[in-house]
Write a protein that binds this ligand. Structure first.
Ligand SMILES: [Zn+2]
Length: 193
């Protein structure tokens, strides 16, 4: 199979309405002219499978035994990557504000673990997921994402691969040039824009 390029992947995002342009207040609290909603792409099993296969290929041969993602955004990515690697998929979710394993999910001591996420902006949820792996004494093999919108600046402290590295800047609200121009802002969220 021909490897997908960044452009191929972004085209799928655009066609699915998962990449919007304007002025957005992201869940991280930062502002940007680009908003990505992977759920719009991942609602199509065909796209989910194709993208996650690409990500799975990167970590093939690394003897991954379990794939974990932070809920909610990463769950489908973890599941599809795990399906291609033929291993378990689990997710960490918040309990009293802290990411943890629930529902009987576990990571065995020394189990070779891959952390995945749909979009990495600041990398905070991924770092918290890494902490969950470490707390459970899993062996973290690497981190993967469909899109890294930190421009490659997100530092994971572990081998990290993203299918797409996006250089669209994100701004602190007080430094946002779009705010300065008085451009109307949208807060995308569960109400679906
Ligand atoms: Zn702004």
């Amino acid at each position: 199979m021909k490897k997908m390029t960044q452009e191929d992947i972004l085209n799928i995002y655009k066609k699915s309405g998962a990449l919007l342009e304007g002025h957005f207040d992201l869940s991280s609290g930062l502002h940007s002219s680009v908003y990505l909603q992977s759920a719009m792409v991942l609602q199509y099993p065909e796209h989910a499978s194709m993208l996650c296969k690409e990500l799975a290929e990167v970590f093939k041969g690394r003897k991954i035994e379990v794939v974990i993602a932070p809920a909610l955004g990463g769950i489908i990515v973890a599941y599809e990557v795990a399906r291609h690697l033929n291993v378990r998929a689990i997710f960490a979710e918040r309990e009293k504000g802290e990411l943890t394993l629930r529902r009987g999910f576990n990571i065995k001591e020394g189990e070779r673990t891959l952390v995945v996420e749909d979009v990495i902006t600041t990398g905070i949820s991924v770092k918290e997921t890494i902490e969950v792996v470490e707390k459970n004494k899993g062996m973290l093999v690497g981190v993967g994402s469909l899109i890294d919108r930190s421009g490659g600046k997100a530092e994971m402290g572990h081998p990290y691969h993203s299918l797409v590295v996006l250089n669209e800047p994100v701004y602190k609200p007080e430094e946002c040039p779009l705010c300065r121009k008085g451009q109307k802002i949208t807060k995308p969220g569960s109400r679906g824009l």
